[in-house]
Design a protein around this ligand. Structure first.
Ligand code: ADP
Ligand code: MG
Length: 588
């Protein structure tokens, strides 16, 4: 068989410039390689008695030189021999790490968290650098070698220079990038600063399991001289200190029984930039063919931009502690768009740039489970912390209603029992189930009144009349309410078994009816008779009113059962008058 011939130069160019949408991931890739190299050495030391390393000394170091425009990522991991440099860095799409992971598969996720898999991440360095020099000394080798390339014409491998990893125990690798001139578009200058590197580390590599350290400049007050007079002003001096930039422990991997709520709260606040602690924390772990850890939060307050078009829903997606996507939208349905959190899975199939998942079925499976978890958490809150749930519903209830509306009612079965409505009869918020349970036997619809304020709705003659007759009315003041009912059409009620005292009921689907347009038929026979009589008696008045109002009304009638109210306006269209007014006022 013949081998494919490749135009390596073109292939490299193609890869570098078309795989990644985001140049700044180069540091994530180099740090991930350094972490893998440390994992390998650390694993060797656990399994091979000839390998001795001080686990505490294993670390990744970052350094930059603004004038020389270089960034160096160093590790004291397993290093590479001359052959390995040639094979691993000279062959596109050859992953030494993937091979290592496969050979030691049963240890992945425990003694090690190997990140590499495609054998291309290293070359992302050429997106920002026009020269890369890798100096490496394999553990136990007596010589270090230097690999160098401009990412175009090829590469060279030579013995390392004097002083480069020349110590006997100097195993590990230094990767030095010579950055291209900064352009307005890529602004590579920002990587040549403490804050620039710190920013990339905390965003992409914060939970890498080994320390990522950098010498940082700090300022301190100089000691006060003995002979300082009263007019002494403190002086400051800069000093250098080695700082660990990443937080390392992925809190979502821990069992919730091992984590204090305060720690979850702190994590939430700092990660999602919220002042308030979350209202609920949901932590769960899936094991099996697709294993993952998820940590979700329901915020205590509505984000200020929740209903603006700039609001982006989504959960942060990690794989083996490395950030893949900051806001993975597919993990959350729209009606749970307020949930924040993290999903981490070593098993998801990443696409080659490691910026998204390759398989949607995996995402869908995770998303389904997440949706169920959120749902049951909300049910739990509804049943066991009503006050908390009312607060939650005040913040995010409108979104749940839109969930039903936007799905044309197909999500109604899932979401209906999470809804709360103001009850005209009870003067508090009730669920549909509570409403139905309290219904008198002869009631066969769920009544609601829609309008712009609860106060006005409560005083509507049809509402007071219904309540006086023993029928509760849901008072709806949100723009979406009435439209939602139209898509829901019915609310399903399960059969109730009877006993010696109570009659049982069959399962049934109750319709929603607007009290204003429903033929409520609340009037007693006497009231109806009185209304009929009044219609005959006051025929002239009615005709005159019809004449005066002309096109503005379709009919004028004597209504039975209005109680103390002298008159009411009713409508027969699909949208009530009150709701028409709400809509014409525009969005809330
Ligand atoms: P991947 O990490 O997906 O395997 P890369 O292109 O990032 O692909 O790296 C290619 C290979 O080079 C790695 O699999 C590893 O064998 C080797 N390598 C890269 N960086 C280092 C390092 N710092 N120390 C040791 N080996 C490394
Ligand atoms: Mg890699």
């Amino acid at each position: 068989m013949k081998q494919f011939k490749t135009e390596s130069k073109k292939l490299l160019d193609l890869m570098i410039n078309s795989i990644y949408t985001n140049k700044e991931i180069f540091l994530r890739e180099l740090i991930s390689n350094a972490s893998d190299a440390i994992d390998k050495l650390s694993f060797e030391s656990l399994t091979n008695p000839d390998v001795h390393v001080d686990q505490d000394s294993l670390a990744i170091h970052l350094a930059f030189d603004k004038d020389a425009r270089t960034i160096t990522v160093s590790d004291n991991g397993i290093g590479m021999t001359k052959d390995e440099l040639d094979k691993n860095l000279g062959t596109i799409a050859h992953s030494g790490s993937e091979a290592f992971k496969e050979a030691n598969a049963e240890h992945q996720g425990q003694d090690m968290d190997i990140i590499g898999q495609f054998g291309v991440g290293f070359y992302s360095a050429f997106m920002v650098a026009d020269k890369v020099r890798v100096v490496s000394r394999a553990y136990g080798a007596d010589e270090a070698f230097a690999w160098e390339s401009d990412g175009r014409s090829g590469y060279t491998i030579e013995p390392a220079a004097e002083g480069e990893r020349s110590g006997e125990n100097d195993h590990g690798t230094d990767v030095t990038l010579y950055l291209r001139p900064s352009t307005e578009e890529d602004n590579t200058d920002r990587f040549l600063s403490e804050w620039g590197l710190r920013d990339l580390v905390t965003r992409y590599s914060n939970y890498v399991r080994h320390p990522i350290q950098m010498m940082v400049t700090k300022s301190r007050e100089k000691p006060k001289p003995e002979d300082a007079g009263d007019d002494y002003k403190p002086e400051y001096e800069d000093y250098q200190e080695l700082e660990t930039l990443n937080s390392m422990t992925p809190i979502w991997k821990k069992r919730s029984s091992e984590v204090k709520q305060e720690d979850y709260d702190e994590f939430y606040k700092s990660t999602f930039h919220d002042w308030e602690k979350p209202q609920r924390t949901i932590s769960f772990h899936a094991e099996g063919a697709l294993s993952y850890d998820a940590l979700l939060f329901i915020p205590s307050e509505q984000p200020f931009d929740l209903y603006s078009k700039d609001y982006e829903k989504g959960l942060a997606l990690y794989s083996s502690n490395v950030l893949i996507q900051e806001k993975c939208a597919d993990l959350l349905p729209d009606y749970y768009n307020f949930v924040r959190g993290i999903v981490d899975s070593p098993d998801v199939t990443l696409n080659i740039s490691r910026e998204t998942l390759q398989q949607n079925s995996q995402l869908r499976a995770i998303a389904r489970r997440i949706e169920k978890k959120i749902h049951s958490e909300l049910e739990d809150m509804r049943d066991n912390d009503r006050e908390g749930y009312e607060k939650f519903f005040g913040n995010f209830g409108r979104g749940l209603k839109f969930g039903i509306y936007n799905s044309y009612g197909s999500k109604a079965a899932d979401l209906a029992d999470l809804l709360l409505f103001w009850s005209a009869k009870e003067g508090k918020q009730v669920t549909l189930k509570e409403y139905v349970t309290a219904m008198p036997a002869e009631q066969d619809k769920i009544y609601y009144a829609a309008g712009d304020s609860r106060d006005r709705l409560e005083k509507m003659p049809v509402v007071t009349s219904a309540v006086n007759h023993g029928f509760d009315v849901l008072l709806c003041t949100q723009d979406v309410d009435e439209f939602m009912f139209q898509f829901m059409r019915t609310y399903h009620v399960d059969a109730v078994a009877g006993d010696s005292e109570h009659k049982g009921t069959d399962a049934r689907d109750l319709e929603f009816a607007n009290v204003s347009s429903a033929d409520l038929d609340l009037a007693t026979e006497d009231e109806k008779k009185a209304a009929d009589e009044a219609t005959t008696e006051h025929k002239d008045l009615i005709d005159e009113l019809k004449g005066d109002l002309g096109d503005k009304v379709t009919d004028v009638r004597v209504a039975a059962g209005l109680g103390d109210a002298p008159a009411t306006i009713a409508s027969e269209g699909p949208v009530s008058l009150e709701m028409e007014r709400v809509i014409s006022q525009g969005p809330e």
